[in-house]
Design a protein around this ligand. Structure first.
Ligand code: ADE
Length: 245
């Protein structure tokens, strides 16, 4: 899978892809990442990438031509690539969106900067506009990193165990429950007995209950969309009674 990132600040990407699982995945050829400076595609001696907004108002707007020219250079075949503009006005980037994106072989991420991006970039050059959350970043670079990270780890072989990825928070529509490792006891803090019992069925039920409990407490909004079995509904009913009683 290949990612190409179009940015005015390519140096932001210098270190993140040289560390940890990214480095390993790149070395193994599982993912390729290209970073391109939009300024290299700007016209004129001064390579201007931004301009004042039509109609007045403050701030500078990223121009459409350099972005278009950069895209022409990095996208060999428009039909096999997915072009994404990162912006706070985009549709929410969720785990479901990450899973969808992981089916593409080539993703191009356009990082907006300054106070805005010429509307024609989102409307005519990008296939999708994504936001990583309801807050405003100073540019799309960190959003692009978030997207590359969340999508890459779904590529088979990227992370150690693909099975655990399928059980991640959000993959199942619920938050994950707690995890513990050695020691069994630290200070006064003990590991729940059931996890030490070796009783597989009880462990599975406990984990599911904790996952439902945590979701109910922290993100009840997720429960309306989660895929719940009859057993889940019963556990959830009991958890609701407990929290009310
Ligand atoms: N650029 C600025 N803020 C952003 C956000 N929340 N998501 C994606 N791109 C952005």
């Amino acid at each position: 899978m290949r990612f190409d990132i179009l940015t005015l600040f390519p140096e932001i990407f210098d270190s993140p892809f040289r560390a940890s699982l990214f480095k390993r995945a790149i070395d193994r050829g599982l993912i390729e990442i290209g970073v391109h400076n939009i300024r290299d595609y700007a016209a004129g001696k001064h390579r201007v990438t931004d301009d004042v907004p039509f109609g007045g108002g403050g701030g500078m707007i990223l121009k459409v031509e350099p972005v278009d020219r950069a895209l022409q250079a990095v996208v060999p075949d428009r039909h096999s690539s997915l072009v994404i503009l990162l912006s706070p006005q985009g549709e929410p980037f969720t785990q479901a969106a990450a899973e969808e994106l992981s089916l593409s072989s080539h993703i191009v991420l356009i990082c907006g900067h300054y106070e805005g991006v010429d509307e024609r970039v989102g409307r005519h050059l990008a296939d999708r506009e994504l936001s990583i959350g309801d807050y405003v970043l100073s540019g799309g670079e960190f959003a692009a990193l978030v997207v590359v990270d969340a999508v890459s780890r779904l590529v088979r072989g990227f992370a150690g165990n693909h099975e655990t990825i399928l059980n991640d928070s959000h993959s199942t529509g619920l938050l994950e429950g707690p995890h513990y490792t050695r020691p069994r006891r630290y200070q006064d803090w003990k590991v729940p007995e059931v996890l030490l019992s070796g009783h597989e069925k009880n462990i599975r039920l406990w984990r599911r209950r904790e996952s439902l409990k945590r979701t109910l407490e922290r993100r009840p909004d997720l429960l309306t969309r989660a895929d719940l079995t009859e057993e889940d509904q019963i556990m959830l009913g009991a958890l609701r009674d407990e929290s009310e009683g």
